[in-house]
Design a protein around this ligand. Sequence first.
Ligand code: F6P
Length: 323
Amino acid sequence: MKRIGVLTSGGDSPGMNAGIRAVVRAGTYHGIEVMGIHRGYQGLLDGDITLLGPRDVSGIINRGGTILRTARCKPFYEVEGRATAAAQMTAHYLDGLVVIGGDGSYHGALALHEEHGIPCIGMPGTIDNDIGGTDYTIGFDTAMNTAMKAIDNLRDTAASHDRIFFVEVMGRECGQLAMIAGLAGGAEDILIPESLTEISDVIAVLRNGRAAGKSSMIIVVAEGDDAGDAFAVSKAIAAESEFKDTRVTVLGHLQRGGSPTAFDRVLASRMGVHAVDALLQGESGKMVGIQSQDIVLCPLASAWEKKSSFDEDMLRAARILGT
Ligand code: F6P
C-alpha cells in the first residue's frame, strides 16, 4: 500500500479534523502518501483530491468542522456513481480509503469494498452517537457539552422569569444526546424517541414540579421524539393544560460546531492511527470503534445494528432527580 485517501461525509462533527490529522500523520509515519478528498464522496466522483502532508494538518486538532468539507452525495447511491468513484481511485493511484462519517456514509464504503474490492475502513463521526459497534462516536462528547451549556444558560433566564422552557436537542432517531445533556443539565423531563411520550405524563411532571415549589422548569425534547418536535410538544401541552405561556429553544446546528473536547480529540486521534494500521494489515469493510476504552475493529455492517446502549436506568435517574 503506497497511497490512501481520506474523506469526511454526512453531517460534520467536532473532532473530524483531529481524525484527518491522525490519518495523515500515521500514514506519513508508515511511509505512505495520504490524499485528502474534498466534499466527501462528491469530491471522489469529481476527482477533487489533493496531497496532504503532516504540515497541512498543523493547527487543526482544536478546530471544529472539517477542513476537507463534507457532503451528502446522491449519485453515490447508484451503481454507476460508485463505478466512477472506483475509476477515480485507480486514476489517483489510491490503494485504500478511510471514511470518517455516520452510518449513511458506510453504505458507500461497504459498496466500494464489495463491488470493486477497494480496501475501505470507517471511522464513526457524528454528534448523534447512533452507530452500533462503538460506545462513542467522534463529536458526541463535544455536542453533549455544548447542549448542556446551552441548557445552563436557559436555566438562568428561565429562573429569572419563572418560566418553563422546552429545549430541542438534535438526534433524528436517537435520544442519546438529549438524554445525557438533559441529565447533566438537570432537566425536569427528557423526551426521547426510544421511550414513548405521553403528553399527559409531561403535564403531570410540570404539575408535580409546581406543587413541589418549582417556579421554572426545563423539558428537553429530542428532535426525533415520537410526540413531535419541541414546538409540537409545547403546543400540545398548552392545548391540554394550564401551561400556556412557555418558551421553546431549538439548539439546532450550533451543536455541530465548536472546538472539540479532549475526549473527542483523543478518540479521533486513536481511531485515525488504528484505521491506518487496519489498512496496512490488509483489512477492509471494517470500522474502528471504541468498546470499554479499547479501540476495536468490527464489520462496517455493525454500524447499522441498533445501539444497545439505550439506558433505561439513566432515564429513570433523570426523572427521579428532576422532581
Ligand atoms: O449529524 C447528525 C444530525 O445532526 C442529526 O442529529 C440531524 O437530524 C441532522 O444531522 C441534520 O442534518 P442536516 O441539517 O445537515 O441535513
